[in-house]
Design a protein around this ligand. Structure first.
Ligand SMILES: Nc1ncnc2c1ncn2[C@@H]1O[C@H](COP(=O)(O)OP(=O)(O)OP(=O)(O)O)[C@@H](O)[C@H]1O
Ligand SMILES: [Mg+2]
Length: 113
């Protein structure tokens, strides 16, 4: 089991969600967050220049079995870019999940995810 975590621009959330659903990925967690990576000194957000600091982002977490990892990545790449790709479009992290337990049934492992 893997955790696919994407940090994306908030304005791309609807597009990314649609692309994930088209790839038959329905189980996701979406969180509003702030972040910063390699930003320039001048930043525009919603048409306004903002001081270098933390920028609004959306974090998407998808816990899935191995066969869904690449489809999830492909769906995010196809939907989260502005145009041909812009600074700040985001990043995808893939990490191992040691265990997943479904609370209702107590199932533990691949079938629980
Ligand atoms: N190494 C990192 N660790 C934790 N969060 C990160 C990291 N890199 C990026 N992020 C998160 O992703 C958001 C978007 O990153 P961003 O797309 O600006 O990455 P970048 O490396 O600067 O690439 P680009 O040059 O395309 O802008 C950041 O605001 C931050 O929330
Ligand atoms: Mg950046």
């Amino acid at each position: 089991m893997k955790l696919v975590t994407a940090i994306i621009s908030p304005d791309k959330l609807d597009d990314v969600r649609e692309a994930l659903i088209a790839a038959e990925i329905h189980r996701i967690t979406v969180s509003r967050c702030t972040g910063r990576a390699r930003e320039g000194t001048r930043q525009i957000y919603r048409g306004q220049e903002v001081a270098p600091g933390l920028f609004p982002k959306v974090r998407i977490d998808i816990a899935c079995n191995e066969e869904f990892v690449q489809p999830a990545i492909d769906a995010i790449l196809a939907s989260a870019r502005h145009g041909d790709g812009e600074s700040g479009d985001g990043k995808i992290f893939v990490t191992n999940i040691e265990r997943c337990i479904r609370i209702r049934t107590g199932e533990d492992g691949n079938e629980a995810v």
